[in-house]
Design a protein around this ligand. Structure first.
Ligand SMILES: Cc1cc2nc3c(=O)[nH]c(=O)nc-3n(C[C@H](O)[C@H](O)[C@H](O)COP(=O)(O)OP(=O)(O)OC[C@H]3O[C@@H](n4cnc5c(N)ncnc54)[C@H](O)[C@@H]3O)c2cc1C
Length: 404
């Protein structure tokens, strides 16, 4: 890039890469910086699941838009991202979670999302490894997709580069430089880089960069495993979420992927410098597999299964952090995705870039703006407690949490 960039994006994960791609499409000269190799941290280690039906109309709109943009991305760029229009199932054992699925059917109608209840026979026809005869309720959401997280994360950075973005790996941003409350650039291990727009897409490290405010977010360990190839696994079978156990399953590389949300997650207030330094705990995954033995007896044998994990972030109110950073004009953040920032990365990035281009667009994503926390001082202990709870009850609505 011979001229100074209009925008610097810090972090080449799914979110930063998607922001760079969208900015380039809008005509901004964009520099994408990463302290490590491009697309090498949490994003490529994710599961790659979507859930288009969300608790709020706003999040549902963004999730639906995310799937549209993923579908268009493959078609427009020709870059494969391993997208499967698989649909998804939700299985409930308890009455409280069966009621949650029932309530979702009404919500789906209100939000214009396709969903219906199905019986155990139909569920097993869709996902042959699922034993659903004990289920109290099964919801089917045909518009959900899954994708290959590594292909997608490198794909968006590659697509941004194809539109003129400069990629700068192995470069650490140490400081956001402000003058009179306005961003003027970033200080990096390669020197000062001037820019009027700076986006903090630094994932688990985003909070440490936005030091002028105290973003109520924290990194957490999240893990999954992929079995060896198994008979009769079909790549088009739906993602299956067993709500009571907080576990998800999907086809992967001829076997099955299993991940989930343990009730006592490992929070990471001191974020390791590289995701490869984060300790994995296979015992957690074995416990999650045991918790769905009724629905998926196939996980009784985990020989040859590979584990991986990363450091997504949780927030105080379980909502994302997307928008301008208060008190620092020209500085924006995108993160705090509560283990849901990959399949929606393109739509979150689109929403943020709309705000960058026109501040009035912020109103459309008001519940996600960092400004919602301005003035409220939350103790670290209260933040940890809230994030542990949101993580450990990930698939339970507030009503189901109340009834257990
Ligand atoms: C096992 C697992 C399963 C998941 N499953 C799903 C799923 O099914 N669906 C879904 O939507 N989400 C899922 N997630 C969550 C998803 O992975 C995250 O929300 C998303 O990847 C976050 O992307 P990111 O770009 O913010 O982070 P990252 O990919 O970590 O990128 C941040 C980048 O910033 C760089 N950086 C940090 N600090 C600096 C600095 N000072 N200077 C320069 N660069 C810096 C880092 O090196 C890194 O490359 C899962 C996560 C895990 C771990």
């Amino acid at each position: 890039m011979t001229k100074a960039p209009d925008a610097v994006v810090i972090g080449s994960g799914a979110l930063g890469g998607s922001v760079a791609y969208q900015l380039c499409r809008m005509g901004y000269r964009t520099l994408l910086i990463d302290r490590h190799a491009i697309a090498s941290q949490t994003s490529p280690r994710a599961a790659g699941l979507s859930a288009v039906l969300r608790p709020s109309a706003l999040m549902t709109r963004l999730a639906v838009r995310g799937v549209e943009l993923l579908t268009a991305f493959e078609a427009e760029t020709g870059i494969p991202i391993g997208l499967h229009h698989s649909g998804s199932l939700k299985v409930a054992r308890s009455a409280a979670l069966a009621a949650q699925i029932g309530a979702e059917m009404e919500k789906a109608t209100a939000y214009g999302v396709t969903a219906r209840m199905i019986d155990a026979q139909e569920a097993t026809a869709l996902m042959p490894q699922l034993h659903a005869e004990h289920a109290a309720a099964i919801g089917y959401y045909p518009d959900d997709v899954y994708l290959d997280p590594a292909l997608f994360t490198s794909g968006v950075a590659q697509a941004a580069a194809g539109l003129g973005a400069e990629l700068m790996p192995d470069t650490t941003v140490g400081e956001i430089v402000l003058e009179g409350g306005r961003v003027t650039g970033v200080r990096t291990t390669r020197g000062m880089i001037a820019a009027a727009i700076v986006v903090d897409a630094a994932g688990a490290w985003a909070r440490g960069l936005a030091r002028m405010v105290k973003l109520p977010m924290i990194a957490v360990r999240h893990q999954l495993l992929v079995t060896r190839p198994l008979p009769e696994v079909r790549p088009g079978s739906p993602i299956t979420r067993v709500l009571d156990a907080n576990v998800y399953v999907r086809p992967c590389d001829g076997g099955l992927m299993l991940g989930g949300y343990e009730s006592e997650p490992l929070l990471l207030p001191d974020v390791p410098a590289d995701v490869a330094d984060m300790p994995l705990d296979r015992g957690v995954l074995e416990d999650l597999a045991a918790a769905v033995r009724l629905e998926f007896p196939v996980f009784g044998d985990l020989e040859g299964a590979r584990a991986r994990g990363g450091m997504p972030t949780m927030t105080l109110d379980d909502e994302h952090l997307i928008g301008p950073v208060p008190g620092a004009e020209g500085f924006f953040v995108i993160g705090g995705c509560n283990v849901g920032g990959l399949s929606t990365a393109l739509s979150f990035a689109e929403a943020l870039c709309d705000v960058i281009a026109d501040p009035a667009a912020a109103e459309a994503i008001a519940p996600l703006l960092p400004a919602r926390f301005a003035g409220g001082d939350v103790s670290e202990e209260a933040l940890h407690q809230a994030c542990r709870m949101h993580y450990g009850q990930h698939y339970w609505s507030t009503a189901a949490r109340a009834t257990g």
